[in-house]
Design a protein around this ligand. Structure first.
Ligand code: BG6
Length: 481
């Protein structure tokens, strides 16, 4: 097979996403020998850097990956190009620059737009108009966009129209990095490879599902973006709703993008929310953060109760909560089964339902809470966890979500890429929730907690509770780096 060079072009190469996620992922891929050969990387930013100044700048990021030989190896292939996103002439310059690097070869190009979403439109049009959307015959071009895809339904539709004017869907890869997490993909494997759960996966057996995505960090340096977005737009519209879809969808015909999109669409079409169980929270001190309006009512915590009207799920609510500056960093999904009557075990002190938990991060794994007999004469039962831990079973560090994203795009595997249809549908739901913001609860919360106390109260009103989350599971065994 002919060797085909590949150029990865990163717009916004000096920004947080590139420094914290994209370059570390490329170093890891380099370490694992997964980068294509020959390979070059063009880093694009507005600042006037030389190649060396740029790689030195990246290396100041607090990440051990920027210390070793693999970083050196990658850095030797990085060329910096200064460009103003709005200047069409600069794109013509970029075109020449790429041709020089590729030396007339039939090179594939991956263009990653790691830029604020309000720059998408200008960049896409300039790429198209400057001729950069054309690659040599026999090569591919893939343009990568990151969420958020719009701010609401109208802007998402407009963005999709702009995209369609400049590129074909086959050239576009819309990333939700949560789908790059092994544990998220494992939801599909778990559900569709283990037939034993299928008969239980419905409203007859499942009391409710709860999803907690908690972060202990605040908004950091992203005040400008975050104050316009808030937790519902930043996390629920994309990551959490993708989890909901994976958990509740019917079995797709295959894992190709169109089949997954079809199933997601069926779910998003039938999702509604309960405004009396919807809560907006804000951590104390948020209004004093950099770039934040001192009177901001942007939520840093979001809770809602979703209802699905599909035959399988009608009557089984899905509770979501996510927030910044919470007690610990943890993402977990719990499928809480209905209680059996436990007639024979009425002496069980602390009656617990069976719970199936997907631990998305950290301590990735799956746990099933079961009742077992305690040793001794009496027929007493106690709840215990049967656990699967990635770290113990596979004895490896799971690849970061962005490694998977790069690998898929390089291979042309669009399984995890988002499709515009379900994106627009998920905005419909978020728009409806945000339109009710004034009539929903809004409560501040202290840093290091599980969010507003109202979140617990709203669950209690449904005779349910948020489950406790431990910071360290897998029998306390953690994988050493
Ligand atoms: C991003 C959000 O999409 O996901 C951030 O914009 C959030 O606010 C991040 O912190 C969480 O992702 P992860 O992979 O670090 O859990």
């Amino acid at each position: 097979m002919a060797v085909q060079p590949t150029t990865i072009i990163i717009f916004g190469a000096t920004g947080d996403l590139a420094r914290q996620k994209l370059f570390p992922a490329l170093v890891s891929l380099c370490e694992r020998g997964e980068l294509p050969e020959p390979f070059s990387c063009v880093a694009i930013g507005r600042r006037p850097f030389t190649n060396l100044e740029f790689t030195n700048y990246i290396a100041t990021t607090n990440n051990a990956l920027f210390k070793g030989e693999h970083w050196e190896q990658l850095a030797a292939n990085i060329r910096y190009f200064q460009l103003d996103f709005l200047e069409i002439d600069h794109y013509q310059g970029l075109n020449h620059f790429l041709q020089e690097i590729e030396q007339g070869s039939v090179a594939n190009r991956l263009m990653y737009l790691a830029v604020p979403p309000n720059s998408y439109k200008g960049i896409l049009h300039n790429l198209a108009e400057s001729g950069l959307r054309n690659v040599a015959e026999g090569a591919w071009l893939r343009v990568v966009l990151e969420k958020p895809f719009g701010h609401d339904l109208v802007s998402a539709q407009e963005l999709n129209r702009e995209i369609a004017e400049c590129f074909t869907e086959e050239q576009l890869y819309r990333v939700d990095h949560y789908l790059g997490k092994e544990t998220v993909q494992n939801i599909l494997a778990f559900r569709f490879a283990n037939g034993i759960f299928e008969p239980l996966w419905n409203n007859e057996h499942v009391d409710h599902i709860q999803i907690t995505v908690a972060e202990n960090e605040g908004i950091g340096t992203r005040g400008n973006y975050y104050d316009q977005a808030g937790a519902f737009r930043d996390m629920v519209q994309n990551h959490l709703l993708q989890l909901v879809a994976f958990l509740t969808m019917e079995e797709p015909d295959s894992f190709i993008q169109a089949d997954l999109a079809k199933q997601k669409q069926m779910i998003f079409n039938q999702l509604t929310f309960d405004s009396t169980r919807t809560l907006f929270g804000q951590y104390a001190g948020y209004r004093q953060e950099a770039q934040i309006n001192p009177e901001s009512t942007t939520e840093t915590f979001a809770m809602t109760k979703l209802e699905l009207s599909t035959a399988r799920w009608q009557g089984t609510p899905i509770y979501l909560r996510t927030g910044k500056k919470m007690a610990i960093r943890i993402s977990e999904i719990s499928v809480v089964f209905k209680q059996s009557d436990q007639r024979l075990f009425h002496n069980k002190k602390d009656k617990q339902p069976n719970i199936l938990t997907f631990r998305i991060q950290p301590d990735e794994g799956i746990a099933l809470q079961l009742d077992v007999k305690t040793p001794g004469e009496n027929m007493l039962v106690q709840s215990v966890n049967m656990e699967f831990c990635y770290s113990m079973t596979f004895k490896m560090k799971l690849p970061d979500a962005y490694e998977r994203v790069f690998m898929d795009i390089l291979k042309g595997d669009f399984t995890l890429a988002l499709h515009p249809g379900p994106i627009e549908q998920s905005w419909q739901l978020i728009d409806a929730i945000l339109a009710k913001k004034e009539s929903c609860f809004f409560e501040p919360y202290a840093e290091g907690t599980w969010g507003p106390s109202k979140a617990d109260q709203l669950m209690l009103e449904d005779n349910r509770r948020w489950l406790a989350h431990e910071s360290q599971v897998c029998n306390g065994v953690l994988l050493a780096d």
